[in-house]
Design a protein around this ligand. Structure first.
Ligand SMILES: *Cc1c(COP(=O)(O)O)cnc(C)c1O
Length: 462
C-alpha cells in the first residue's frame, strides 16, 4: 500500500540539475534519420527529444551518488571504493566471490568463456541479445524455455517471465552432461520486461539440483523484479524488497549483472558466484581484458556510484514510482487502442508492432517501421526488439523473430510525467497514420548483433 492517500503518484524526488532538450522540426528529423540509414542507433542523441532507446546507463544519478563519486579512491589495488562496492553487493547478493566488470556483457563473456563451448547448451527463460551472442560466440547453443503465456502478448499472467519448468526438466534429461549452467533473466527484458516469481525460481532450482546443473541469474533488473514479486506474489506483500532480493540470491549459484540497470549507475557490472575454482578461472580472464580484480574495468568513483545506487534502488518509494510510471504509459497506450505486451513491463512498454502494422510482413521489419515513425513524428527514440534484432541466425539464414516489438524503455528518474504525456500524444498520432507506414529492407549488415549498425531503406509503399 502506498503511504499517500492521493491518486496522483508523484516523482519521489525534485530536480537538482537540469539538462536542456533540443527541439527539432519534422523536416530536420526526417533528414537526420535518413542520414542515419534509418537506424536509430546511428542518430546523434542531440537530435532526439525523448530518448527511450534503452534504460541502460541512461538514468539520472542521485545527489548522494554524485557525492559518493567524490569519495572515489583510484588506488590500483584494494581501494576503499572497492570494499564499499563489495559490501554493498554482498549485502543483497551474499556470494563468496564478486568480480567487477565494466558492464554486464563483460561478465557474460568471462563466464561463458570459462564454462561453455561447442556441443553445449545454455537454457534460459529468455536470453538477452548480448547473453545469447556471448553463448553462441563460444560455439554453444542458447535455448529459450519460457512459459507459453510469455509468448502471447495479450495473455494476462502476473509472472510472464517464468521459466517453463517441465520443458527445462525434459531438456536437461535429454542433454545430460552438456549443459554447464542454466540462466534465469530477471526481469525478462527480451520478453517484455516481465517478472519471474519466487515460486518459479524455487521450482527451477529443484530441477537444476535434480540434474546437478548450476543456476545463475541475469539479474540486471533484480529490484524491479523483486518489487513485482512484492506486489503480485501471494504472501509477499508485507516483505521488504531487500529480503526478497536476498531470497532470489539464495536460490542460485551466481549472477551476472549490468549496473547500468538496477545498479542506478551510468557504467559498471559484475559477476558473482560461490564456486571457488570457477571464480579463480574467471578472475584470470578478468585480468586479461578488464583489469585487476578489485576494480574490473571500472574507476574507483564508478564503484562508489554503484555502491550508493544499490542502497537507493531497493527503496519502496522509488520502486512504487518506477513501476507505476511505466504502467501509466502502458495504460494510456492501451486506452488509445495500441497493442502492447500485457501487462506493462517494469522498465519499459513494448508495443506489438506486428499487430499494429499487419500490412508489413515480418521480413520487412514492422518494428523498425514503427520505431522510425515515432522518431519522425515526435523525436522519440525507441528500440526494435524483433526480426531486426533476432532474425539473422548463426548459419546465415533469416527468419521472422517470434514477435516484432518496439520497446519504449524508461530511463530511471530522468523524465517527468509531462514528458510521458507527450510520448502518449505522439504515439496517438503515429497510430492514426499506421496504415500508411512503409516496410524496410536492410542494405548493409554486420555478421553479429546486426541491429546496432545495420543500414535500412524504406520500401515503396504497396
Ligand atoms: C543490458 C543487459 C545485459 C548486458 O549488460 P550491458 O551492461 O549492456 O553489457 C544483459 N542482460 C540483460 C537482461 C540486460 O538487460
Amino acid at each position: 500500500m502506498s503511504p499517500m492517500p492521493f491518486k496522483t503518484l508523484i516523482e519521489p524526488f525534485r530536480i537538482h540539475a537540469v539538462e536542456p532538450l533540443k527541439m527539432t522540426t519534422p523536416v530536420e528529423r526526417r533528414r537526420a534519420v535518413q542520414a542515419a540509414g534509418y537506424n536509430l542507433f546511428a542518430l546523434r542523441s542531440e537530435d532526439v527529444l525523448i530518448d527511450l532507446l534503452t534504460d541502460s546507463g541512461t538514468g539520472a544519478m542521485s545527489r548522494d551518488q554524485w557525492a559518493s563519486i567524490q569519495h572515489g579512491d583510484e588506488s590500483y589495488a584494494g581501494s576503499p571504493s572497492w570494499f564499499r562496492f563489495l559490501e554493498s553487493v554482498q549485502d543483497l547478493f551474499p556470494f563468496r566471490h564478486v568480480i567487477p566488470t565494466h558492464q554486464g556483457r563483460a561478465a557474460e563473456r568471462i563466464l561463458f568463456t570459462a564454462l561453455t563451448g561447442p556441443g553445449q547448451s545454455v537454457p534460459s527463460n529468455t536470453h538477452f541479445d548480448t547473453t545469447r551472442a556471448n553463448v553462441e560466440f563460444t560455439g554453444a547453443e542458447a535455448v529459450d524455455l519460457l512459459i507459453p503465456e510469455g509468448h502471447d502478448p495479450t495473455a494476462q499472467h502476473p509472472f510472464k517471465g517464468n521459466m517453463d519448468v517441465d520443458a527445462l526438466d525434459r531438456f536437461l534429461a535429454a542433454h545430460t552432461g552438456s549443459v554447464p549452467v542454466v540462466f534465469v533473466t530477471i526481469t525478462n527484458n527480451s520478453g517484455g520486461g516481465q517478472p519471474v516469481s519466487l515460486a518459479n525460481l524455487r521450482a527451477v532450482r529443484k530441477v537444476c539440483d535434480h540434474h546437478g546443473v548450476p543456476l545463475f541469474l541475469d539479474a540486471c533488473r533484480f529490484a524491479e523484479n523483486a518489487w513485482l514479486i512484492h506486489e503480485r506474489e501471494p504472501g509477499q506483500q508485507d516483505r521488504e524488497v531487500r529480503d526478497i532480493v536476498r531470497d532470489m540470491a539464495s536460490l542460485v549459484d551466481g549472477m551476472t549483472m549490468s549496473a547500468k540497470k538496477d545498479g542506478m549507475a551510468n557504467i559498471g557490472g559484475w559477476l558473482a558466484l560461490n564456486d571457488d575454482k570457477l571464480a579463480e578461472q574467471c578472475r584470470n580472464l578478468l585480468i586479461l581484458t578488464e583489469g585487476f580484480p578489485t576494480y574490473g574495468g571500472l574507476a574507483g568513483r564508478d564503484l562508489e556510484a554503484i555502491a550508493q545506487g544499490l542502497q537507493e534502488v531497493v527503496q519502496h518509494d522509488y520502486l512504487r514510482y518506477r513501476i507505476r510510471s511505466t504502467g501509466y504509459l502502458g495504460d494510456a497506450l492501451v486506452k488509445l487502442g495500441i497493442p502492447i505486451v500485457q501487462p506493462a513491463g517494469g522498465h519499459a512498454v513494448y508495443i506489438d508492432a506486428r499487430a499494429l502494422l499487419p500490412h508489413i510482413p515480418p521480413l520487412q521489419y514492422p518494428g523498425q517501421a514503427l520505431a522510425v515513425a515515432l522518431y519522425e513524428a515526435g523525436g522519440i527514440r525507441s528500440c526494435e526488439i524483433g526480426t531486426v534484432m533476432f532474425g539473422r541466425h548463426p548459419d546465415g539464414s533469416e527468419h521472422p523473430a517470434e514477435l516484432d516489438l518496439v520497446r519504449l524503455a524508461i530511463p530511471r528518474r530522468t523524465y517527468t510525467q509531462s514528458h510521458i504525456d507527450y510520448v502518449i500524444e505522439v504515439c496517438g498520432k503515429v497510430l492514426a497514420q499506421a496504415g500508411e507506414l512503409p516496410g524496410y529492407k536492410i542494405v548493409d549488415e554486420p555478421p553479429v548483433l546486426r541491429h546496432f549498425t545495420a543500414r535500412f531503406e524504406p520500401l515503396p509503399f504497396q
